[in-house]
Design a protein around this ligand. Structure first.
Ligand SMILES: CC(C)[C@@H](C)/C=C/[C@@H](C)[C@H]1CC[C@H]2C3=CC=C4C[C@@H](O[C@@H]5O[C@H](CO)[C@@H](O)[C@H](O)[C@H]5O)CC[C@]4(C)[C@H]3CC[C@]12C
Ligand SMILES: O=c1ccn([C@@H]2O[C@H](COP(=O)(O)OP(=O)(O)O)[C@@H](O)[C@H]2O)c(=O)[nH]1
Length: 673
């Protein structure tokens, strides 16, 4: 289908085709070298469309700008004013007509509307004219009433319902099915029991999300094992999840990451000098501990999983707490660029992948040859575009970049409530401190830096005390992993001694954030993905003093959301100013509360499980290793609208059977009551 030729300015200028349909605006550009550029924008998300000045003075180029909710604007360039005006008109018509459209239509009626070379547009827009979408946007789909058109995006969770039927579809059928489009909005999947193995390294924040996901998978009948540091064994097993050991001492990994700016020459010098043997051991342990997996999930910086999945020919999904797929929207979280430009942002991911691969390729290929009995590989093997990756963060915090494909899926956060077990209870002294703060009419805040092994904990603690007193708040202060330093002395081995704790502060080691954060007025922390998600979910202003890695990214996000601030330093004045602002700025409080409401409305764990079921075939390099019957389709009989042969109809088994018969000629499949 040809659309209107246009050029897109999104970093590199790319030539391609712009197509407008009643619900979607599409642009794609075929690349001879790099990957194609594909954009698919919901008309619903268009906030305004306007003409723009020619980009190159003197050369007759005609510009069109799309302002998109939550995203950077897209600017197109057309060869002629007529083409530009025609595109403007088509987009305007689509935006105006959207509210009048019937509920999501069937594929047969949703034919694409071309931006044709009309020479006599009905209303010739004047140059620089602009058009804004109606202020009352069409009612956005609520989480449980997914629009059928959203099926083009990864499947989202629908309401669970006891009265549902099962259709077993075997792997042949799944793999030969056309891309499932326009399925009834109440369909969701489950599958026969399988052994999911999750391989991750790092801090608590790298493990806790997998426990949350694991509990969801176990609830759906699966077996789950988390392969990670020995330090987390009891914690994981207390949740009824299997644990196997790999990765060595996480404290050493964090120390390396905190003391040496991630991705800096010093970082690589230190890691190459002291972590080569660590990597060899990690690879050996990973193969031993993951060899009975039927589905393998991995944090991308654990290195081994993608190769193990190839050796076992099993489905493989990446999981990440931070953006890891290249985009023009923001730089790689481990690379703090001097300036953020679309082009540099995109290049930062390529740079990161290439440098990490160059540093590890020799060891990985030796391991592939000697242990996995696989041929050596190269960068293309683990190219992100081919691997489904789930991001356990919310699109309300990080809107999905338009240059991410459907294989990059922000599922929503994977929250683990009662992370310290259901027997945890607050101490009487803590409850008394919190009650006194309320009695005294003082704001109550949390301060803690999680798994950061703070280099000089005693000095940092004194500064925090001084800032709390100066700002007039009451503070619950968590020592977190810096408590490790207190026992072992600081980085120089010098014992850490802390002066008397002021009455405005209550110090503890760790505390479940899901319990505490809804009870305080603000949180000041290091910006770990998990801690950030916890304070945002609680709807309280989030103050972030970043130390390394993705924490700078999260600090930028909360600031852009208006739901918090990046704290520039640990100077007493900066800390006190931030605490005062967060506990007094009404607008920040309101924005934080709005973000919290959106996050609480999502179910990231179930969205992720649904994504894996839908994309299982594509996550498998060779499909024959899928289980004989891999997917069951559940139909919520009471609520679903069933498309029968392309016609919306009532929910009933006959309708469901219609769906099945549409595909049954591919292979045998049964309808279970
Ligand atoms: C030996 C090789 C030549 C050399 C290249 C290998 C070096 C490795 C030791 C390091 C290479 C990549 C590093 C890491 C990557 C990512 C990590 C995630 C991080 O977890 C995050 O902690 C944050 C702070 O709390 C938090 O914001 C976020 O939510 C967490 O996901 C922890 C460190 C690390 C695992 C890091 C460790 C060193 C290697 C693996
Ligand atoms: O005292 C604590 C410290 C951490 N957490 C939780 O543990 C996870 C830590 O994840 P994060 O990504 O912040 O990384 P880390 O703390 O490991 O650096 C988050 O969900 C926190 O909410 C908690 O509940 N209480």
């Amino acid at each position: 289908m040809m659309g209107q030729k246009a050029r897109l300015h999104s970093g590199p200028i790319t030539s391609g085709y712009l197509v407008v349909s009643p619900r979607w605006i599409g642009f794609w550009s075929r690349s001879l070298t790099l990957e194609d550029e594909k954009y698919r924008i919901q008309v619903l998300a268009i906030r305004s469309v306007s003409t723009t000045e020619p980009w190159y003075k003197g050369i007759p180029k005609y510009g069109l700008q799309l302002d998109i909710q939550g995203q950077s604007s897209l600017r197109f360039q057309f060869r002629s004013e007529a083409n530009r005006n025609d595109a403007l008109r088509k987009v305007r018509e689509a935006v105006e007509q959207l509210p009048m459209l019937s509920p999501p239509s069937t594929p047969s009626s949703r034919s694409l509307v071309f931006v044709s070379r009309s020479n006599s547009p009905s209303s010739t827009p004047t140059p620089n004219s602009s058009f804004s979408a109606p202020t009352t946007p069409a009612s956005p789909a609520t989480p449980s009433a997914r629009r059928s058109s959203a099926i083009l995006a990864p499947i989202s969770r629908t309401v669970n319902h006891p009265a549902r039927r099962k259709i077993r579809m075997n792997s042949d059928l799944i793999l030969r099915l056309p891309k499932a489009v326009n399925l009834p909005s109440n369909l969701f999947y489950s599958m026969p029991p399988m052994h999911f193995v999750c391989f991750t390294i790092g801090s608590r924040g790298d493990v806790q999300p997998y426990i949350a996901l694991g509990l969801g998978l176990i609830k759906d009948g699966h077996k789950v094992t988390i392969v990670t540091h020995k330090e987390y064994k009891k914690w994981v097993e207390d949740f009824g999840i299997g644990h196997r050991t790999a990765g060595g001492d996480p404290g050493q990994l964090m120390k390396l990451s905190v003391e040496n700016k991630m991705f800096s020459p010093q970082f690589f010098k230190e890691s190459i000098l002291n972590f080569r043997s660590w990597l060899d051991q990690l690879l050996r342990d990973a193969w031993e501990q993951c060899s009975d997996a039927q589905v393998l999930l991995e944090s991308p910086y654990s290195f081994a999983g993608v190769h193990i999945a190839e050796a076992l020919s099993i489905p493989y999904f990446r999981v990440c707490t931070m953006p890891w797929t290249k985009t023009t929207q923001f730089p790689h979280p481990f690379i703090s660029p001097p300036v953020e430009t679309p082009k540099f942002n995109r290049i930062s991911y390529v740079l990161f992948d290439n440098v990490i691969w160059a540093a590890t390729a020799q060891q990985i290929n030796r391991w592939r040859r000697e242990v996995l009995h696989l041929e050596p590989t190269d960068m293309t093997h683990s190219a992100q575009a081919k691997i489904p990756i789930m991001y356990n963060f919310s699109s309300s915090v990080v809107p999905k970049p338009m240059d991410w494909t459907e294989m990059a899926y922000p599922s929503g956060y994977w929250f683990l409530d009662n992370p310290d077990g259901s027997n945890w209870t607050p101490s009487p002294s803590l409850l008394s401190f919190m009650s006194q703060a309320r009695t005294d009419g003082k704001p109550l805040v949390y301060i803690g830096f999680g798994s950061i092994t703070v280099p000089n904990p005693a000095e940092v603690t004194q500064r925090i005390f001084a800032a709390v007193v100066k700002s007039g708040v009451r503070a619950i202060i968590s020592k977190g992993w810096s408590a490790r330093m207190t026992q072992q002395g600081d980085l120089t081995g010098k014992p850490v001694e802390v002066d008397a704790v002021p009455e405005e502060c209550h110090v503890l080691n760790e505390i479940p954030h899901d319990w505490l954060f809804p009870k305080v007025d603000a949180a000041l922390h290091h910006g770990g993905a998990g801690t950030t998600s916890a304070s945002l979910r609680a709807g309280i202003p989030t103050l972030i003093k970043p130390w390394f890695g993705d924490q700078f990214f999260w600090a930028s996000r909360v600031q852009k959301l208006g739901a918090g601030l990046k704290v520039p330093s640990l100077r007493v004045g900066d800390l006190a100013d931030a605490l005062t602002r967060a506990t007094s700025d009404r607008i920040m409080k309101e924005k934080a509360a709005m973000v919290g409401e959106k996050i609480r409305s999502e179910d990231g764990v179930l969205n992720a499980i649904q994504f894996m079921y839908v994309y299982l075939p594509r996550a498998t390099r060779t499909a024959q290793h899928l289980p004989a019957e891999s997917v069951e389709v559940h139909q919520d009989l009471e609520v679903a609208t069933v498309s029968r042969g392309g016609v919306e109809g009532d929910a009933n088994p006959a309708g469901l059977r219609a769906i099945v018969t549409q595909y049954s000629h591919f292979s045998s499949c049964k309808l279970h009551s």
